[in-house]
Design a binder for this molecule. Structure first.
Ligand SMILES: C[S@@+](CC[C@H](N)C(=O)[O-])C[C@H]1O[C@@H](n2cnc3c(N)ncnc32)[C@H](O)[C@@H]1O
Length: 501
């Protein structure tokens, strides 16, 4: 395989428009392409952030040229701000209006990324013409949605009016808004703040609820396009001619929720194998337990119709998709209420919701899986719940949660997926500590202890294989570095660990 050769080609179909296929057999980890964004900046509904490095700000410091919020003198010099909206705002004397709470959504930021797109179009007309102007914007459908009026008021009229940029037509600005909404990907700044980036090649990939690629954005916050590069790798084996798929939704959501999101925001009905499977490829992420009989699970009778009948697999109990959607919304709401609660209270509240729905939902249902994923992050890291503090029963709980999550992830996030890497990392620690306790109490012999220790090291090794692809600018990349050195040390000190246990 030659260096820097792109390993995909673009094809077209009536149903999806452009899409990408592998031009060679690909192995997990093969780099398919990397690219810089055409533009990047605040997402829609952003709160106040620095227009240089995109970290949240309290709006106390304003750029000395345009008077919009930045962190300080260094950030106001960053190219992404200085050569974009800073010039427009200072020429047109558009001042930032003071806000009461900088952490609230600030509509003044809606225009920033579209404005950067317009300016980049001037600077790089060739790339605009060849890679951006041909993107899907779904403007015909979007015209009848509330978002159109919202954009008209907050972006189109703002740019053409106060920003004095009426040389850009309303149509062009709406096209840019549509292109961003349909094609932009989220990235995180080093301060972990979510921004959006328009990557022209990545945006060609069609959606599938089981992606076969892994993409990682190395966003350094240095204010240059080249400092925000995406690298796309094969996550699994992909044969030559096989389609490349990214996922536009959260993989832990159930089918009804994923399909609704894709219909509302990307304007298509997903018919991928996962959406077309009543059992979600046997994961049962959408299934409920039957309350009428002991063994049945309730599943959809027609995955192409979100309002269809849902039936028990064992008895004659029936309900419908609308009722199931309501149940899911209520549970999601309960989970959202505890989203920001950490510490022992966060653990207890999630375990309470988990217990509450254990008799209602299939053990692998999306919401049980979501709770598992959150609990895994809390057990072993919270005060009073650090790995060394955990009694065996809780170590066993963490191991069980990780293994159950992995069972689902192996199907919906196969191969080199970030969440698999993180879960494997979380699994290796409790396996090791639990085995040490067991050995110390005499519950297992030396050979069994050595086997468990090896299992923990191998699990960590698998985590390293995945997380080594994450950029160091991101928390997962830093975790990958930590995992790598821990893996090296554990391998080196295996005998000492056994002798001193
Ligand atoms: C990010 S773009 C993908 C590139 C697009 N096909 C093009 O020609 O520019 C997303 C749009 O592609 C189409 N699309 C992507 N995946 C699809 C799928 N699985 N089924 C149907 N349409 C899909 C939809 O129109 C969607 O809004």
């Amino acid at each position: 395989m030659s260096e820097n050769k792109e390993l995909f080609k673009v094809e077209k179909s009536e149903t999806v428009g452009r899409y990408a296929v592998a031009s060679e057999d690909l192995k997990p980890g093969d780099v398919i392409f990397s690219e810089t964004p055409f533009a990047y900046g605040p997402k829609s509904d952003s709160s106040c952030l620095c227009l240089g490095c995109h970290s949240p700000v309290d709006c106390a410091y304003l750029c000395s040229t345009c008077s919009w919020p930045v962190c300080g003198p260094e950030c106001e010099q960053l190219k992404v701000h200085k050569e974009n909206e800073c010039q427009v705002f200072s020429n047109a004397k558009v001042k930032f209006q003071t806000v009461e709470d900088p952490t609230d959504v600030c509509l003044q930021y809606e225009c920033i990324t579209p404005l950067r797109m317009l300016l980049e179009k001037e600077r790089d007309p060739k790339r605009w013409e060849e890679e951006i102007s041909i993107m899907e914007a779904h403007n015909e459908e979007r015209k009848s949605r509330p978002i159109w009026e919202f954009n008209q008021h907050n972006i189109v009229e703002y740019i053409r009016g106060p920003c004095k940029m009426d040389k850009y037509s309303e149509e062009l600005i709406h096209l840019i808004c549509g292109i961003l909404e349909i094609n932009a990907f989220e990235a995180r700044t080093p301060s972990c703040y979510a921004i959006r980036c328009l990557f022209p090649k990545l945006a060609i990939l069609s959606h599938n609820c089981v992606s076969n690629i892994h993409h990682a954005v190395d966003c350094n916050g240095d204010g240059e396009l080249k400092d925000c590069v995406v690298t796309v790798r094969a996550a699994v084996d992909i044969p030559k001619g096989g389609e490349l798929f990214s996922s536009y939704t959260f993989s832990l959501w159930p089918t009804l929720v994923r399909r609704e999101f894709l219909r509302e925001s990307k304007f298509f009905d997903c018919t991928c194998p996962r959406c077309s499977s009543p059992t979600e490829l046997d994961t049962h992420m959408s299934s409920l337990k039957c309350q009428r009989c002991d063994n049945g699970v309730i599943i959809s009778t027609n995955t192409a119709d979100d309002a269809c009948e849902w039936k028990c697999t064992h008895c004659d109990y029936k309900t419908n998709g609308r009722a199931v959607r309501k149940v899911f919304a209520a549970i999601q709401n309960e989970i959202d209420q505890v989203e920001y609660i950490g510490g022992p209270q966060g653990i207890q509240q999630r375990e309470t919701i988990f217990r509450k729905y254990r008799s209602v939902l299939h053990p692998n249902n999306s919401y049980m899986t979501t709770l598992r994923s959150a609990l895994i992050q809390l057990y072993g890291k919270t005060e009073g719940y650090t790995l060394e503090d955990l009694p065996d029963v809780i170590l066993e709980r963490k191991i069980e949660l990780c293994l159950q999550l992995m069972e689902v992830l192996d199907i919906i996030e196969p191969g080199l997926s970030r969440i698999r890497g993180i879960t494997l990392y979380e699994l290796h620690g409790p396996i090791m500590i639990h085995a040490r306790h067991q050995y110390q109490y005499g519950a297992i012999n030396k050979e069994d202890f050595k086997a468990k220790l090896q299992e923990s090291i191998d699990t960590l090794g698998k985590a390293v294989e995945i997380l080594k692809n994450e950029p160091i600018s991101q928390p997962e990349g830093q975790l990958g570095q930590m995992a790598l050195s821990a893996h090296e040390q554990l391998k080196e000190n295996f005998d000492v660990l056994v002798d001193t246990a």
